[in-house]
Design a protein around this ligand. Structure first.
Ligand code: HMG
Length: 415
């Protein structure tokens, strides 16, 4: 019973991160780089660092458990795990999450990759599936750990987070609008060959490619009749470092022939950067962490149009808008998000370097990881080339909401 008229979008959104953080103040003390370059130049204050028993699966399972705890899993028919930090060349990371959460068997689980763009592709595929059958729900998990070589220019932009998005008909948070603008251009700006655990990047080329893709997507969005710039209340940009969002907004305003006052740009973007400036780059989760920050912020957005710019190196990008649903504030998870950020334990530069060089053994033997995470899921080790995950405690799903999709007046049906 497909229907174009049923609004489809994000019913629930939450993120989790690692239990450790390295502050840029601590990094600067050892690199000799002026702290202002980190704080103002790239707009970063801290970065999430995974403990030895944390990875993209444990972060994603934690975020997903909160969503499933609030809404149940009865109507979830698809789980898409978007990541560029894949733990296996064949098996979808979402299968580990499916098992850890005890999800029902009648769910299709797949993994999706295109650098930082993967989660947006997953969101659009999810939206299409729900339009086809509005009774179904799709759980989109976006989970990444950004790792660059020690002492490289990318090092201060590292970070980690996982976002979980429940995509449904008659959503409580945001309705995904049509049309969207897309843009693809093959470029070697950032990549990670299968044999490497850290990314390779041409920093300057990546910034140019990002801005070029912004022009391409926004032009396509406008040519297809998308909301004009003056109707878009705020734009959430992919934030590899939060200053990149400032560069992007400046670029967009300049191309539109609008004033580019730095203070105005900073004020417009501040509500979207509060989490990412202390989490660092979480690759495909980053845009949705920016969106969570916006929704958690003090300014009411009921009925407003917000823009989302998703960029994945390599490169594929998309510019889309979403309409914030009236009453969305009853469904946000501000407390859990603030706790995820503030509960992280700061570590020393020496401890960070030790963790950075640690890798899981590849000899097929049995290796236990140190029990470190306070989170509800952990990577216990590897045995016979298999990752062993375990649940260690209950997950707080957050305050209950209606748990049902919200019907706007005249749309009928609860969902
Ligand atoms: P860098 O060479 O360390 O930094 O690399 P810089 O010398 O270009 O300085 C950075 C900024 O700090 C500059 O500002 C300086 O002026 C300023 P800008 O000119 O750009 O406005 N600065 C200072 N400010 C205040 N006080 C000071 C001071 N000194 C300098 N004392 C770079 C920076 C971003 C290139 C590097 O961190 C890098 O390679 N990062 C990784 C790549 C990246 O994040 N690219 C972003 C676009 S690509 C993307 O978003 C995709 C991605 O997420 C991956 C994916 O899709 O999967 C990365």
């Amino acid at each position: 019973m497909a229907s174009d008229r049923v609004p489809v979008g994000i019913h629930d959104l939450t993120f989790r991160t690692t239990s450790l953080q390295l502050t840029h103040a601590e990094l600067a003390r050892h690199t000799g780089v002026p702290l202002a370059k980190y704080h103002q130049g790239i707009g970063q204050k801290a970065m999430s660092i995974p403990a030895p028993d944390e990875d993209v699966i444990t972060m994603a399972a934690h975020a997903a458990a909160a969503v499933v705890g609030r809404h149940g899993a009865d109507r979830i028919r698809t789980l898409v795990f978007a990541t560029e930090t894949s733990v296996d060349q064949a098996k979808a990371g979402g299968l580990y999450v499916h098992s850890l959460l005890g999800l029902p068997p009648h769910i299709r689980v797949v993994e999706l990759k295109q650098a930082c763009y993967g989660a947006t592709a997953a969101l659009q595929f999810a939206t299409a599936l729900v339009h086809r059958d509005p009774d179904q729900q799709v759980l989109v998990l976006a989970s990444d750990i950004a790792r660059y070589d020690l002492d490289s220019p990318g090092e201060p932009t590292q970070g980690a987070a996982a976002a979980a998005l429940l995509v449904t008909a008659r959503p409580a948070l945001l309705e995904i609008d049509t049309p969207s603008g897309v843009f693809t251009h093959e470029v070697m700006d950032f990549w990670r060959p299968n044999y490497r655990s850290t990314a390779l990047v041409d920093g300057r080329a990546s910034i140019d490619a990002y801005l070029n893709a912004l022009t391409g997507t926004f032009g396509d969005h406008q040519a297809r009749g998308g909301a004009p710039l003056h109707r878009i209340r705020t734009i959430c940009y992919h934030q590899p470092f939060t200053r990149m969002a400032h560069k992007a907004h400046h670029h967009l305003l300049q191309q539109a022939g609008l004033p580019t006052v730095p203070q105005d740009i900073a004020a417009a973007l501040a509500p979207t950067t509060t989490y990412n400036e202390v989490l660092g780059n979480s690759y495909t989760a980053s845009l949705y962490v920016a969106l969570a920050a916006l929704l958690d912020g003090p300014t009411p957005l009921d009925g407003e149009t917000v823009g989302l710019f998703s960029y994945g190196s390599g490169s594929v990008a998309e510019f889309l808008t979403a309409t914030v649903r009236p009453g969305y504030r009853d469904h946000v998870r501000t407390g859990a998000h603030r706790a995820a950020v503030t509960d992280r334990r700061p570590i020393s530069y020496a401890a960070y370097r030790d963790l950075h060089s640690g890798t899981l053994p590849t000899d097929g033997g049995s290796h236990a990881t140190a029990a470190a995470t306070p989170g509800p899921y952990r990577l216990a080790g590897v045995r016979d080339h298999r990752r062993i995950y375990e649940a260690t405690g209950p997950v707080d799903a957050g305050p209950a909401t209606t748990g049902r999709c919200v019907a706007a007046p005249g749309e009928g049906g609860g969902g």
